[in-house]
Design a protein around this ligand. Structure first.
Ligand SMILES: Cc1ncc(COP(=O)(O)O)c(C=O)c1O
Length: 355
């Protein structure tokens, strides 16, 4: 606290990202990164951008990242006018809160969800109401019929990993024709079907994606949104009032290369899904209850052992997982799906801890 702080800053409760440890040789299963490297084409594209004419870095990048919008449009069968790109999906989401979710009425999101949503509400002064997930940690569309200023949820949800069917999303869209519904599809490639297929039918739908998870590019910071051109224009207005160049030259060419390498994408995605399913079975055999996951992480609690103690015991064995000390989920661990070897090290450690 300082007398120089604005009132807004004094009142903020910032998001706390998962730990990025500086110590080597840790098995890092705490922030849902992809265990596999990105497509080799990404590095080639970045090197080409630098190598062709390093002096190019002297010039600003394309403020509209048209190359990237064209690649997203081709991949998802939409037009460039339906696409917004940003510095990670967190930035895209932040702009959506200010541009599309800040109205008179409170917005709605699940009680157990991505913990950045209430932080954006705090930053932008957006009123919100949380809607409890059902007892099996599902979103029930019938709970999203109350008056609201907008709706946002991840699908699959985080940190539960549970998927909501497209029909249920359509029910929410149809029940709320005068609200924007933001579907945050950070993890959809690991087991869901994207709601991008619905944007032409619903002018109130904004679908947000990231290249951080299924494209292994958390370090490059690229995200995008797809929706009706009027929604996209709102996001562009905020972006051009904040930072005209959210994506640098290397991020633009790297992201395009990642989206174009569909073979690498399919292989690494399948590997993560197969490891997730094997890890689920292993954890169940060790006495964990596992929420069905369509994501690259598993949300699990042990029948008899306390989650804080388990997380600490794993850490003592150089394995880090995420534990949220929050109501309803304080006995769960969120475990990112690593390589087969990392997951085997995890289950071996758990076997030792559980005795
Ligand atoms: C549900 C959800 N949405 C968005 C993000 C942000 O992703 P990024 O800013 O890396 O694109 C995350 C990151 O963990 C997430 O879990």
């Amino acid at each position: 606290m300082s007398r120089f702080w604005s009132r807004v800053v004094s009142a903020l409760t910032p998001y706390v990202p998962g730990e990025q440890p500086k110590i080597a040789n840790l098995i890092k299963l705490n922030t849902n990164e992809n265990p596999y490297p990105p497509s080799p084409q990404v590095l080639a594209a970045i090197q080409a951008e630098l190598g062709a004419d390093a002096a190019r870095l002297r010039l600003y990048p394309d403020p509209n990242a048209d190359l990237l919008k064209a690649a997203v449009a081709k991949l998802h069968g939409v037009t460039a006018q339906q696409i917004f790109v940003g510095n990670g999906s967190d930035e895209v989401l932040a702009h959506a809160f200010l541009a599309l979710l800040k109205h008179e009425r409170p917005i709605l999101f699940p009680d157990i969800t991505y913990s950045f949503y209430p932080v954006y509400c705090g930053l932008y002064g957006v009123d919100y109401r949380t809607v409890p997930l059902t007892d099996d940690y599902s979103i029930d569309p019938a709970d999203y019929t109350q008056p609201n200023g907008g709706i946002i949820f991840p699908n699959p949800n985080a940190p539960t990993g549970r998927l909501l069917a497209l029909e249920a999303i359509e029910q929410i869209l149809e029940a709320n024709p005068n609200s924007v519904v933001v579907v945050d599809e950070a993890y959809v490639d690991f087991g869901g079907i994207s709601a991008i297929s619905l944007v032409d039918r619903h002018d109130n739908l904004l679908v947000v994606h990231t290249l951080s998870k299924s494209r292994s590019l958390a370090g490059l910071r690229v995200g995008f949104a797809v929706g009706h051109p009027a929604l996209i224009e709102a996001l562009e207005r905020v972006k051009n009032s904040f930072n005209s160049y959210p994506l640098d030259r290397l991020a633009i060419v790297g992201a395009v290369a990642a989206l174009e390498d569909t073979g690498h994408f399919a292989r690494t995605r399948q590997a993560v899904i197969a490891t997730r399913d094997a890890l689920t079975t292993e954890l169940q055999s060790l006495g964990f209850e596992v929420v069905p996951s369509a994501a690259n992480f598993i949300f699990a609690r042990h029948a008899r052992r306390d989650a804080t103690q388990l997380a600490q015991a794993l850490r003592d064995r150089s394995i880090i997982v995420r534990h949220f000390k929050l109501p309803r989920i304080d006995q769960f661990l969120r475990i990112t799906v690593g390589t087969d070897a990392e997951c085997q090290a995890l289950t071996q450690a758990l076997r030792g801890i559980l005795g």
